[in-house]
Every structure is written in C-alpha cells, then in structure tokens.
Design a protein around this ligand. Sequence first.
Ligand SMILES: *Cc1c(COP(=O)(O)O)cnc(C)c1O
Length: 341
Amino acid sequence: MIIDLISDTVTKPTPAMLDAMMHAKVGDDVFKMDPTVNALQEKAAQLFGMEAALFFPSGTMANQAAIKIHTQPGDLLFCDKYAHVYNYESGGAAFHSGVTCKLIDGKRGMFTAAQLEEVAAGNPEIYLPYSKLVCIENTTNKGGGACWDFAELEKIEKITREKNLAFHLDGARLFNALVAKNETPQQYGHLFDTISICFSKGLGAPIGSILLGSKQHMEKALRIRKLFGGGMRQVGFLAAACDYALDHHVERLAEDHQKAKEIGVVLETLSFITKVEPIETNIVIFYVDKTIGDATFIEKMKAEHILLTPMGEGKIRIVTHLDYTNEMHEKLLQILRNFKG
Ligand SMILES: *Cc1c(COP(=O)(O)O)cnc(C)c1O
C-alpha cells in the first residue's frame, strides 16, 4: 500500500464517477454542442451567482486566460509573493499577456487591504506601468492551505473598485475554504470579476477547471481558450466527472481537513519537528530540524511507502485527499508516532 500525500491531484476517479463519465451525453464543444459541458457551465455560473462560465483543461489555463482578459501588454498585476499565478505557471503572465507582477509581501500567501493600498498607485506617471489587476488565491497553496478572512477581501474589493482594478480569484481550492469557513459560492461570486475553480484537486475529478465571470468576459475567454489551444471536442466525458464531483465531493472535504488536523497533532509531539504551520484545510506544512534533515526524513518515510513533498528550506508538505483512506491515515499516524531518527 502506497500512501501518496504529495498532492490532492493524485486521486483517481471513483467507480461512481467513472460511471457518470461513461454515460455522459457529448457533442463537439468547440461548436458549443456538448450538452454536458453546457450544463456544467450553467450550473457553476448559477451556483456562484455569476453570468457565465467556461470549462478549461487546467487551472493554469483558466488563470492565464483571466489575466489576458483583464490586461494589455506592459500592465501591472498585483499578487502575493507566494501566488501560483506568479510562481507555478511557467512565467505565463509574462509570456501570454506581457504583464509584470508586483509581488506583495504577505503572510501565508495573503496580504492586507492596507498593503494593497500602499502599492496600488492612482493615475500613473508616464514612467509607471498601468495598474490593472489584483489576483488573490483561496485557499493559498504555498501558504499551506490558509483561508482569507472574508472581511479583508471585502476591503480589498473596495480598493479595486476605487482604483479601477479588475479582481481575479484563483480558487483552485476555493471549495476547501468554503467548507472550512462555512462560506457560500455566492459571497465570492459577488466580490470578484473572474473566478477559476479546479475540479482536479480536492474534488477528485481527473481533469477540469472552470472560469466564471460576466457574459462579456466569458466571450473573450472563449476566444483566448481557443488561442491557447484549449478548445476541446467531446469533452463532456470530463465535464461529467466534474459535475459528479460538485454533487458528491464537496461536503466530504471536511474529512480531509479533519485528517490534516490529526496529522498536525501527532507532528507537534515529535521532538525533531520544529514547527507545524496552522492547519485550516487539507495542507500540512512543517519543518524538520537539522538533526534529521528534510531529505532524510522524506527518504525514511518513502521506505515506509509514504510519499511527501520537499518544499525547500527544511519545509515539508503533506496534502490529504479523497484517496487517502481511514486505513492509510491510521497507518501514517502510527508510523509517525514510532518514527526514529
Ligand atoms: C493547482 C493550482 C492551480 C492550477 O493548476 P493546474 O495543475 O494547471 O490545474 C492554480 N492555482 C493554484 C493555487 C493551484 O494550487
């Protein structure tokens, strides 16, 4: 038995999800004729109280399309220094949209309204780039699954309106935040111009993301998606998996969060672990001291068939997910408790 805690993207479709996929009604989605994709887009838009939605092959493409919608080459995008759109999308913001990222020095991937206010200029001098877009991420990936305070997001939204900036949410793991904080999709739909959601993370679908926004923005997104090579044909087979995930895999995220917290409790008792970051959702980030070292710890866990991710600087990441069973959980906790350097 391999216990793979590298990411919540490692899950495979459940038999019921596969069944839904195999029975999907499909058509050519480039001609907008795939009924399953159309239904998923409508359902997601309605869920968030937004006008329209567009299905994407990946979260990266959905985010990059959003950046392209809101900017022109040479413009400035504000995000936290930990942001996925800056760190983990292969430089796409520069490549696809020709924009510069202004990084805000936040905490656990989250900045404050005051910090944004400080960096977001009004009418720029001729030598300054145009400020166009604010991107935030909820939950934060590199920030260890942390959730934003909704009141702070409301303050940030107010600044974006005042300064005429677009507001994009990288919601790859937004459903984890909604479940953890007991918030609603509509709250977020009300606040942002565009939202991207991943079905292939905690929700357990094999492939698929969606971008939400106004009709006008989604018309632009449709063209950009084609330009990026993301126009797909009988993709209803995948949309069916995402639709199944929306219906069956949202509330259960609480189980992943509970398991992550239980792992944290055991990690806290181990002498060679110097720090465990606060655990709010399904990501656990902790630090191993130099007596063992992160590389050795990861090696020794691998020998026990447990896979973890090194994050550099002594940091290690664990992500709980749909395929991490109760049996695996008990075994992991036992191995951790008995771990000998
Ligand atoms: C995973 C992830 C994405 C998108 O990743 P893809 O692998 O392209 O689907 C975007 N933002 C965050 C925060 C993520 O964790």
